[in-house]
Design a protein around this ligand. Structure first.
Ligand SMILES: CC(C)(COP(=O)(O)OP(=O)(O)OC[C@H]1O[C@@H](n2cnc3c(N)ncnc32)[C@H](O)[C@@H]1OP(=O)(O)O)[C@@H](O)C(=O)NCCC(=O)NCCS
Length: 159
């Protein structure tokens, strides 16, 4: 069973390890810690079985999502699923959890950005209700960056 566990600074190295497998330009543990220390930053690691040790050893991490919320605006900072766990709904689950947490904390909309040639990410985001709202020419080493936005559903509060 895959659980989504909140991240803390103790996980910076682990998150950097996941990131390095999933991205051509990985963030170092130090960058990861700096991102997590940003105002309003939060994150989740997907853990497949067992408890989460702060190292990249199985049973263990399968993916991550980091987001940030300031007032009513949230943004995905990074999201990734390790290759063996891809195409099984985990990316969608991580994104949905980030959207729900941001909405619960008062976020009204969420932004994110993907390289225009990142077919998997763009399909994931569009499937989750994100629409294209901007283009940053050549932002990813010559590849355009696609900015996307999604309205977050208000969380129903029992009266
Ligand atoms: C993008 C990423 C997070 C998707 O994770 P995932 O767990 O495989 O995604 P899911 O299984 O939840 O897929 C949900 C939907 O996204 C789309 N999708 C995911 N991977 C896809 C692919 N390789 N090609 C086309 N569509 C894809 C599909 O619509 C999929 O639904 P379906 O499987 O029912 O067809 C993963 O591919 C990844 O980590 N990539 C490297 C890091 C990265 O690019 N992060 C995003 C940066 S902007």
């Amino acid at each position: 069973m895959i659980e989504l566990v909140p991240v803390g600074l103790v996980h910076a190295e682990l998150l950097a390890g996941i990131h390095s497998i999933c991205f051509a330009e990985p963030w170092s543990a130090r960058s990861m810690a700096e991102v997590m220390a940003l105002a309003g930053a939060e994150g989740l690691i997907a853990v497949d079985g067992g408890s989460l040790a702060p190292s990249l050893t199985p049973p263990g991490p399968a993916g991550l999502v980091l987001w940030r919320r300031i007032f009513d605006e949230a943004e995905i900072l990074t999201i990734a699923v390790l290759p063996p766990w891809r195409r099984a709904g985990l990316g969608a689950r991580l994104l949905a959890a980030a959207m729900a947490a941001a909405a619960e904390a008062g976020g009204a909309s969420m932004f994110l950005e993907a390289a225009a040639d990142n077919v998997a990410a763009l399909a994931l985001y569009e499937g989750m209700g994100f629409s294209r709202v901007g283009l940053r020419k050549g932002y990813y080493g010559g590849i355009d960056g696609v900015t996307m936005r999604c309205q977050l559903s208000p969380i129903a509060i029992d009266s």
